[in-house]
Design a protein around this ligand. Structure first.
Ligand SMILES: Cc1cc2nc3c(=O)[nH]c(=O)nc-3n(C[C@H](O)[C@H](O)[C@H](O)COP(=O)(O)O)c2cc1C
Length: 185
């Protein structure tokens, strides 16, 4: 197992996965890492939906892209219009992270849980990517149908997902931003 500081530096977004499913013990360790994230006032305002069904993922991808197509953001619109684009990059496992609607810190809590899962995946040498685009599907006309299909608990809305699978590419680190730190000593 790699040490924590190496895991943080070596984690990169993976957007090409091998079709082989990850091991159940890897999945459970990653989920546990998410559940152990810090949260404001310990509200743990998250809910995780593990999706390993290709048909459901395909449906969710299409629903996401249908909403993306109508975006006034050119970058998002282009992703929606690109027939070849798969917002899950064909990852065999997707964990949908939903936030409790009436919790003030849901976005921060869910972000902490998401990052914990990405780091746990890297520690296990499982490829991962944080994907927000999927949240669009739950703002569009298929929202209710998708919520029912995924058995989403009442009062929670999907914010992000974590893609998981064995890496089929090398992740490359973008250069780090300069002048992002000031010291007062
Ligand atoms: C809030 C958030 C939303 C993101 N949404 C997407 C997404 O929808 N699709 C995607 O391919 N990557 C997404 N990413 C991944 C970023 O593009 C990626 O983290 C960034 O380019 C830095 O690359 P690295 O993860 O390899 O360090 C998201 C990351 C964050 C933190």
């Amino acid at each position: 197992m790699k040490n924590t500081l190496d895991v943080i530096k070596e984690r990169r977004s993976i957007r090409k996965f091998k079709p082989e499913q990850i091991k159940e013990e890897e999945l459970q360790a990653i989920i546990e890492a998410g559940l152990y994230a810090p949260s404001a006032v310990n509200k743990q305002s998250w809910n995780f939906t593990v999706i390993q069904n290709k048909e459901v993922l395909d449906e969710l991808n299409v629903a996401t892209k249908n909403v993306a197509k109508c975006s006034d953001n050119e970058f998002i619109k282009k992703m929606g219009e690109n027939e070849k684009y798969n917002c899950f990059y064909h990852a065999p496992t997707v964990i949908l992270v939903s936030g409790k609607d009436d919790e003030r810190s849901k976005v921060v809590d869910c972000s902490a849980a998401t990052q914990n899962m990405l780091l746990a995946a890297e520690a296990l040498n499982v490829g991962s990517c944080w994907v927000e685009l999927v949240s669009l599907a739950f703002m569009g006309p298929q929202a209710k149908e998708l919520r029912d299909k995924l058995n989403l608990p009442e009062g929670y809305t999907p914010l992000y997902c974590v893609l998981l699978g064995y890496k089929d590419m090398e992740g490359k680190a973008a250069p780090r931003k300069e002048n992002a730190v000031q010291y007062v000593r």
